[in-house]
Design a protein around this ligand. Structure first.
Ligand SMILES: *[C@@H]1O[C@H](CO)[C@@H](O)[C@H](O)[C@H]1NC(C)=O
Ligand SMILES: *[C@@H]1O[C@H](CO)[C@@H](O)[C@H](O)[C@H]1NC(C)=O
Ligand SMILES: [Cu+2]
Length: 257
């Protein structure tokens, strides 16, 4: 099905795959699995496998929050600034669940898990959001009142599966899901917080008409050194509450905007 990869590349894969950190390796919608973009093997196939997740350079984080890299963990490449659109997208009905399967996440990398959407104004397989304010938050999980972190305690307890729901009244259209873990083990200063974003291309179906009328943010832009929750000492006081960065979660058209 795919081209042959060389022994040299396999040796390189073996060397890199022992690193920590991580990324979304599989997306499950209903009974359909979409393999994620696999940064240590996909680039070595010709032709490359078609994915719904935009390409990432590896399993490492973005720490300079002023860079376009914080949008999709993409990077300037081949004349495309910030991210490479993926060639395909998944179809998902408004109101249904999407499950994201993360690679084994290091227990030291405590932090929140946050999910945004941005509606593509045109073909999502070509769209680059740039620095436009197009993103709204649909889900967030930080630290529970008994000190459990989303990215470590809760993700491990759910077998590395993070689940979110497409807002049931969201208007149909093509959207980028920007999902991230922010690892805080070195976040007592800036730069220090490690952002691991993943951009998943979907087409939402349904008869809803809801869309946020204000409060859209940009990446880069939404997070700076002064944003609550970007600089945070996780070792200082285990019972201190954690302020999740970014705007409030959109109500989904259920009450106000
Ligand atoms: C997540 O993906 C990995 C790699 O494909 C797989 O081995 C594992 O079973 C998946 N986890 C779940 C809970 O489906
Ligand atoms: C730790 O945080 C809790 C919750 O905010 C607070 O009540 C407590 O005083 C803090 N302890 C210290 C030593 O700062
Ligand atoms: Cu790491």
């Amino acid at each position: 099905m795919f081209g042959i990869i060389s022994a040299f590349v396999l040796a390189a894969l073996a060397a890199t795959s022992v690193e920590a950190h991580g990324y979304v390796q599989d997306v499950v919608i209903g009974s359909t699995h979409y393999t994620g973009y696999l940064p240590f093997s996909d680039p070595y196939y010709n032709p490359p496998p078609e994915r719904i997740i935009r390409a990432i350079p590896g399993n490492g984080p973005v720490t300079d929050l002023s860079l376009i890299d914080v949008q999709c963990n993409g990077y300037s490449d081949g004349g495309v600034v910030g991210t490479q659109p993926a060639p395909i997208y998944a179809t998902v009905a408004a109101g249904s669940q999407v499950a994201l399967n993360w690679t084994t996440w290091p227990a030291s990398h405590v932090g929140p898990m946050i999910t945004y959407l941005a509606e593509a104004p045109s073909d999502i397989t070509k769209w680059l959001p740039g620095t436009d304010a197009v993103w709204f938050k649909i889900a967030e999980a930080g630290k529970t009142s008994d000190g459990k972190w989303a990215a470590t305690d809760l993700l491990t307890a759910s077998d590395s599966i993070y689940t979110f729901t497409i807002p049931s009244k969201l208007k149909a259209g093509q959207y980028i899901v920007r999902h991230e873990i922010i690892a805080l083990h070195a976040a007592s200063v800036y730069p220090g917080a490690q952002v691991y974003p993943s951009c998943i291309q979907i087409e939402v179906t349904g008869s809803g008409a809801a869309f946020p009328t204000s409060g859209l943010v940009s990446f880069p832009g939404a997070y700076t050194a002064d944003t609550p929750g970007i600089v945070f000492d996780v070792y200082n006081n285990a019972s201190a509450p954690y302020p999740i960065p970014g705007p409030a979660v959109w109500t989904g058209g259920n009450s106000r905007d």
